[in-house]
Design a protein around this ligand. Structure first.
Ligand code: SF4
Ligand code: SF4
Length: 187
């Protein structure tokens, strides 16, 4: 995986001691689900079958490696967040062992800023914690519940009071959605 239009690893960046994508991502070729360590992973050290690793592993480059503007805090081994730039925006895949990592700063503020900017171009920012998917919206975060990777999310807008805009996210599969991720009632 790489950022749309960005495939060059930023000078000076490397995986180093990070192996987080070997836990949080599913690897079809290995029948490995997301959220569990790959049996070949040596957490913090690397891959036991590096020279024979599947194609998906060879091709994967996380957003941190290709995004020059991201600060060192985003190093996935530290942040516990693997950024994936996908066709319709950004998905932040969070370590299930630290499910609230995305709410910490500077990550949350950046996710919100991306959400505001991306929505102007019909793109979206999603957080995934295991199967749970959360849409980051300018005015709240919408917990969409368990979704398979690649499940589509639709974001709609409506006029709010005093000229404001309200946002709503829903799953394209029609399941009831848009519980606020913070548990507060929707307004
Ligand atoms: S998450 Fe990124 S930095 Fe970490 S091992 Fe995977 S590709 Fe490398
Ligand atoms: S095969 Fe190696 S690179 Fe691929 S997920 Fe497993 S440990 Fe990581």
């Amino acid at each position: 995986m790489s950022a749309a239009g960005e495939t060059q690893v930023v000078a000076g960046r490397s995986c180093g001691t990070c192996t987080l994508c070997c836990k949080v991502l599913a690897i079809e070729e290995l029948n490995k689900p997301h959220g569990v360590w790959c049996p070949h992973a040596k957490p913090g050290r690397g891959c036991a079958i590096y020279s024979d690793r599947p194609g998906a592993c060879r091709e994967f480059i996380c957003g941190y490696l290709v995004s020059e503007g991201l600060s060192p805090e985003w190093f996935p081994a530290t942040s516990k967040i693997v950024l994936m730039y996908v066709d319709n925006g950004i998905t932040a895949v969070v370590d299930t062992g630290r499910p609230d990592a995305w709410k910490a700063e500077p990550f949350y503020k950046q996710l919100k800023a991306w959400a505001v900017a991306f929505l102007q171009h019909n793109r979206q920012v999603l957080v995934r914690v295991g199967n749970r998917t959360i849409a980051i919206l300018p005015d709240h975060d919408a917990d969409l519940g368990p979704m398979e990777p690649g499940g589509r999310v639709i974001i709609e807008t409506a006029a709010g009071p005093m000229g404001t805009t309200r946002y709503r996210a829903r799953r394209a599969d029609g399941a009831p959605t848009d519980q606020r991720a913070d548990g507060a009632p929707n307004q």
